[in-house]
Design a protein around this ligand. Structure first.
Ligand SMILES: NC(=O)c1ccc[n+]([C@@H]2O[C@H](COP(=O)([O-])OP(=O)(O)OC[C@H]3O[C@@H](n4cnc5c(N)ncnc54)[C@H](OP(=O)(O)O)[C@@H]3O)[C@@H](O)[C@H]2O)c1
Length: 324
């Protein structure tokens, strides 16, 4: 019987238990998949800790993976047994050796990019792509603020915004990440645990502020990010690594005519064709070295608890994956 990481009760990382699980045969429109690698995301930390109550317990966490198709349900025509595929899927279940999956979630992979790199970059890279193209379309010459610039999404976001011709200001939580953030395309790096990042952004932009702030740190940075915006600037609050943002007065946006979004990559890429096209563009950017995956911390599936400790450790840079 295959094994998986099962969460019986929300709480500390040690609640992630490696145990045998039954995997049913695929229903019509589904495939069965044997994973080779699974991406670990901050979303998984929110689910495990109980901040998000979106996984029915007991349940198998995880929202992206890479693997090989081992069985086809009826009515699946675009895939074959043996195909190498990757997916993002908000229906959970990725922390597993084997699983069933809606076939429409599967993105067929061609040779070229290693499974570990795909697991480290698929969800994070698609998120970065949606943020720079759709949530706010970054233009040459824009000032762009990216928090946690040496993290999984942050490092890809900085590279993409820089590639599009923006001036990128990154924030990082510790000194050893400064050079990394510069390597990821940041023109200016602020150590936001020690420096007043609002004052530094004002200084760097000659008082103008930024056209867009990408903030997934949440509680600790949200109001500072708003203060960093230029007139008509946009704040994309796409996560909450430090905790949820408290309620605030919408009229606070009026003085500078600012706008705010709380985007989800799953909503932006809900349509199959759009998701497939976005993945193709991401793989092209990786192949062309427009994006570098950065450091990948690798753990065996059974050690998911350790992987979560690594996710929550602020000394970490880059991405975390589980291998099978
Ligand atoms: N909306 C969406 O569709 C979407 C999709 C994917 C990811 N996200 C969000 O994007 C963010 C990044 O995700 P990721 O998986 O790539 O994680 P990550 O950036 O690799 O890790 C989170 C980073 O947040 C910073 N941070 C600030 N305060 C923190 C705190 N109190 N505890 C822990 N970390 C803190 C840390 O960097 P420093 O120490 O350098 O500050 C840490 O490395 C998350 O908030 C996630 O929810 C959103």
């Amino acid at each position: 019987m295959p094994s998986a990481i099962v969460l019986h009760q929300a709480g500390p990382a040690e609640n992630l238990k490696f145990e045998p699980v039954a995997v049913r045969a695929p229903l019509p429109g589904e495939i069965r998949l044997r994973h080779t690698a699974v991406g670990v995301n901050f979303h998984d930390v929110y689910v495990r800790s109980g901040l998000y109550k979106t996984l029915a317990l007991p349940g198998i966490p995880g929202i992206e993976g890479v693997g090989v198709v081992t069985e086809l349900g009826n009515e699946v025509e675009h895939l074959n047994v043996g195909d190498r595929v990757a997916y993002i899927h908000v229906g959970y279940g990725a922390y597993s050796e084997e699983r069933t999956l809606p076939a429409e979630a599967a993105i067929r992979l061609s040779a070229g990019i290693d499974d570990h790199i795909i697991a480290a970059t698929l969800l994070k890279g698609l998120t970065a792509q949606v943020l720079v193209h759709e949530v706010y379309a970054v233009k040459p010459g824009d000032w762009v603020l990216v928090h946690a610039a040496a993290g999984g999404v942050g490092s890809l976001l900085c590279q993409w915004a820089s590639h599009l011709g923006a001036h990128v200001i990154g924030t990082v939580g510790s000194l050893h990440k400064v050079e990394l953030a510069q390597r990821y395309g940041c023109n200016h790096v602020i150590q936001y645990r020690q420096e007043d990042f609002v004052a530094r952004v004002k200084d760097i932009t000659n008082g103008e502020g930024v056209q867009v702030a990408y903030d997934a740190v949440g509680k600790d940075t949200f109001f500072g990010s708003l203060a960093c915006l230029a007139p008509c600037g946009h704040l994309a609050n796409y996560g909450q690594a430090s905790g949820p943002v408290p309620p605030f007065e919408v009229s606070a946006l009026f003085a500078k005519s600012n706008s705010l979004s709380r985007p989800s990559v799953f909503q932006h890429l809900k349509k199959v064709e759009k998701r497939q096209a976005a993945a193709a563009a991401l793989f092209e950017a990786l192949n062309d070295h427009v994006l570098q995956p950065g450091h990948i911390a690798t753990f065996g599936l059974a050690n998911a608890a350790q992987a979560h400790h690594e996710m929550e450790s602020r000394s970490r840079q880059g991405s975390v994956i589980l291998t099978i």
